[in-house]
Ligand binder design. Sequence first.
Ligand code: ATP
Ligand code: MG
Length: 444
Amino acid sequence: MLISKTFIPILKNNPTEAKIKSHQLMLRVGMIRQSSAGIYSWLPLGFKVMKKIEQIVREEQDKIGAQELLMPTIQSSEIWKESGRYDDYGEEMLRIKDRQNREMLYGPTNEELITEIFRSSIKSYKSLPQLLYHIQWKFRDELRPRFGIMRCREFYMKDAYSFDLNDDEAKFSYNKFYLSYLKTFKRLELSAIPMAADTGPIGGNLSHEFIILADTGESKIYTDKRIFEVDSEGYRLEKKSLEELRKKFETYYSVTDEKYNKLEFEKNVPDKYRLITKGIEVGHIFYFGDKYSKPLKASVDFQEGKKDFVKMGSYGVGVSRLVGAIIEAKYNDKDEIMKWPLSVSPYDIAIIPLISKNDTSNLEKSKSIYQFLIEKGIDPILDDTDENFSSKIKKFNLIGVPYQILIGKKSEGDLLEFNEIGKESKRLSLNQIADLITKLKSKI
Ligand code: ATP
Ligand code: MG
């Protein structure tokens, strides 16, 4: 992409209405635009990042055998009345009436709708387990929307649902999602820790939140620092292996506010490993048995002709919140430098030429580099404007594309000035750069 042709409306200064760095940066580099309180438009740069996150989330769901479908944003109130949540959900639910005066709502979550879909089609235990997910907009009329897209009213979520025959099988499904979440966040270069959590209005008795550390996070957490060393590599999609993985994490005390117990914390965590801090919830998984299948009458026939309600779990990832969470983790607001993980960066590499009025040779050179990289399957962005060199670099440090080729005095002949944000710059040939980026992309 040529920057002169893109829609990246950059602001000169940090917007004063934004209190946390992700919100500031997203407005500053034109990733989002507020349309009304807690409701945002996603501009091309922000949308591109979110789509890449979505794709990684999707791939990791597919790997555990979950199947993607798409449910609507608008739901009928009937099924919510059946489950009893139409009244319980309270004012966070946006209620709408259609022209026939029917009560509709903008879905805040989809347990009821997916159960309704399941019960109308699946009748036999032979069709279990079923793992289904969709990635869709949600609406929650949050009392205090804040921090940009971190706590907004309309947001993009991946929500998955599992249906199993019994508790044991259902826990196996639960553990599959547990693993897939660890893998997802790793690919996003986030260290998200699973923490025992409260189940809240979703209900049930087994639940984990996946939390990344950040001062601006809204969840207070109590953890054992050794949990950051636990590695999720090498675990297979088998019952025993996944149980071992969870046990390994659960060796270390790690809980959110609601589950915190001072005595237990002090008993289980030696002084030097104690960490009390704040974090951002990026995912939340629940096991709740027949909480929804019972009132909604979702049952299957057993082998001996018996019937029972299916056992369910639900599994959410805040896809849009993750855009902000990654910025909170990776943006250095003091030096105004952002570095996206290559896996979700809006572009793979930035080409930044020094262009003077009477000498366009650098621009010509940049254009041929640009063409070459595209042919290699790399997604570059070229700054073809005549803005001065240092402000171009400053601008790209904010946009956060992790790699840069600087076509200025230090790029001579075949050797180009190559910069990885936050590291010493190097001189490499164009082939070396293309090979390096291709190799890094293959590991995503
Ligand atoms: P929170 O405690 O932050 O309100 P929650 O427990 O209500 O979250 P879930 O119902 O588990 O959230 O939703 C799954 C995921 O959706 C959360 O882990 C979070 O990443 C995201 N999410 C929830 N509410 C919002 C919101 N208002 N804005 C952006 N993302 C959200
Ligand atoms: Mg909430």
